[in-house]
Design a protein around this ligand. Structure first.
Ligand code: HEM
Length: 469
């Protein structure tokens, strides 16, 4: 299949644009409008076919013709995440069993159960920021704390102690080691460079992955020792099935827990950080959000589940953030059988494609100013008027994100808590840049919180009696 490619391709080396090692996906998003809707890139021999146009992505999302593909990057994660939901093959019996078992953990009722935990973590964040008023805070680091605590306590009743002391829990360091290692390994494995170079990336994934396994084994052991009667995700996995043994085996439970702890925080923390950056630049958006929060939350110090779901404008802020900065920058699709795309390109069974979500989210159908941050793009009438396949931050089809509602509830609650309480000032001259380690996160984003001119009570008080293992 002959396809267009980025400009200035070099013999052997390939496309210079993809050599932006800090943010290769973002670099492709920037050039895509000049090449799309379907193009190829190659770097040192590693080739990707990339889809950004709304029509071609709609075809790739058709579950009858295409399915999820792990792609080189997710394959690189397998030594650490095994056949956990994210990295399982479509045919995996463990995927079927775990999906069926865990879907109820994301029902509306389950979300209600997580709500108090989310409030509690929000309060720990505001406690921390209150102690630092007037000084700059490291936004991605604090959003990582928030998201890791929220998923740790909700999924496994486990606190990583992220708000105690100043450092991050070792889990975060090992996770970053795994994500970065898999990126390097995936690229080198498919390049013409000597294979021992890829082996170094694979070694990094295994080394950090082994440390993550030790951490989650400890969490599972602790749960077994305490025989906690919680109703969370870990409890669901450990509960005996009809034959008296757990439905998932030991190894799979470990992989699922690693998957949820990583997928459940790394994506949300980046999205929250990007949203706070935009809020610091847009007082008009902050004013509109505050007006809504005041109206819906009144002076309550502890908003209810429903009061969070009613924040439609804050939700639009989050939707628009994920449009401009999909923190999972792409997903892979492979052909179930031979077919031809509407662009005329023939496709053979198992040919695979990378859907570059940031490119799709800047398709001309978004209007003349796709790089502008405008939450009102997500007004209900405008959403209804757009094709469904134009907005895909949570992936597509059967293998789309199981934690979507969890992420949305958590993000709206945290954003509203922060908007209500603080004015956030950016460092003079800060220019947003993205770092990628499979997921995207803003680079060196520092903001200075001060108490908002119109201050209402904090969202919740932490119950000091509540202890986590
Ligand atoms: C803003 C936040 C989030 C974003 C942008 C996001 C994005 C995605 C995307 C794009 C996929 C599909 C990947 C693919 O097709 O290869 C996915 C899958 C998944 N996500 Fe999320 N996610 C987010 C939050 C969460 C949360 C909070 C959880 C857990 C609580 C979670 C758990 C998962 C799992 C387990 C899968 C694999 C589903 C399967 O294949 O069965 N995600 N996510």
């Amino acid at each position: 299949m002959t396809l267009p490619h980025p400009p200035r391709r070099l013999p052997l080396l390939g496309d210079p644009v993809t050599m932006n090692l800090r943010a290769p996906m973002q670099a492709l998003v920037d050039v895509a409008p000049r090449i799309g809707p379907l193009f190829e890139t190659t770097t040192l021999g590693a080739r990707y076919v990339i889809a950004v146009g709304a029509d071609v992505v709609a075809e790739l999302n058709d579950e009858k013709r295409f399915a999820k593909h792990l792609g080189p990057e997710l394959e690189g994660l397998v030594p650490a995440a095994g056949d956990g939901l994210f990295t399982a093959e479509n045919e995996s019996t463990n995927w079927q069993a775990a999906h069926q078992l865990l879907v109820p953990a994301f029902s509306q009722q389950a979300m209600r159960n997580y709500h108090p935990v989310m409030l509690e973590v929000a309060a720990e964040l505001t406690d921390k920021w209150d102690r630092r008023l007037g000084g700059a805070v490291d936004v991605p680091a604090d959003m990582t704390r928030v998201a890791l605590e929220t998923i740790g306590r909700s999924a496994a009743g486990y606190s990583f102690g992220s708000f105690e002391g100043t450092g991050q829990h070792p889990f975060v360091r090992h996770m970053i080691g795994v994500l970065k290692g898999s990126l390097v390994e995936a690229f080198l494995r498919r390049s013409w460079l000597p294979k021992w170079m890829a082996a170094a990336g694979a070694w990094q994934v295994r080394r950090h992955g082994d440390q993550m396994k030790l951490i989650v084994d400890e969490i599972v052991e602790e749960r077994r020792r305490s025989q906690g009667n919680t109703d969370d995700l870990l409890a669901l996995m450990l509960r005996p099935g009809a034959d008296g043994t757990p439905i998932l085996d030991e190894a799979n439970i470990r992989y699922q827990l690693i998957t949820f702890l990583v997928a459940g925080h790394e994506t949300t923390s980046g999205a929250l950080s990007f949203a706070l950056h935009h809020l610091s630049m847009r007082p008009d958006v902050v004013d509109a959000a505050r007006e809504e929060i005041d109206r819906v939350w009144g002076d309550t110090s502890s908003p209810s589940f429903e009061q969070v779901t009613k924040l439609r404008y804050v939700r639009r802020v989050f939707d628009e953030t994920l449009r401009l900065h999909p923190t999972v920058p792409g997903y892979f699709r492979k052909a179930r059988h031979d077919t031809t795309l509407s662009t005329g390109h023939p496709v053979q069974a198992d040919d695979w494609f990378l859907v570059l979500v940031g490119g799709l989210h800047r398709d001309p159908l978004w209007g003349p100013d796709p790089d502008e941050f405008d939450p009102d793009r997500f007004l209900p009438d405008l959403v209804r008027a757009r094709p469904g396949h134009l907005y895909k931050p949570f992936g597509t089809g059967l293998r789309s994100c199981i934690g979507r509602q969890f992420a949305i509830h958590e993000a709206v609650l945290i954003l509203a808590t922060l908007i209500r309480r603080y004015d956030l000032t950016a460092n003079p001259g800060y220019r947003l840049r993205t770092s990628e380690r499979l997921t995207a996160i803003p680079r060196r984003l520092r903001l200075t919180p001060t108490i908002a001119s119109r201050t209402l009570p904090r969202s919740a008080d932490v119950d000091p009696a509540k202890r986590y293992v």
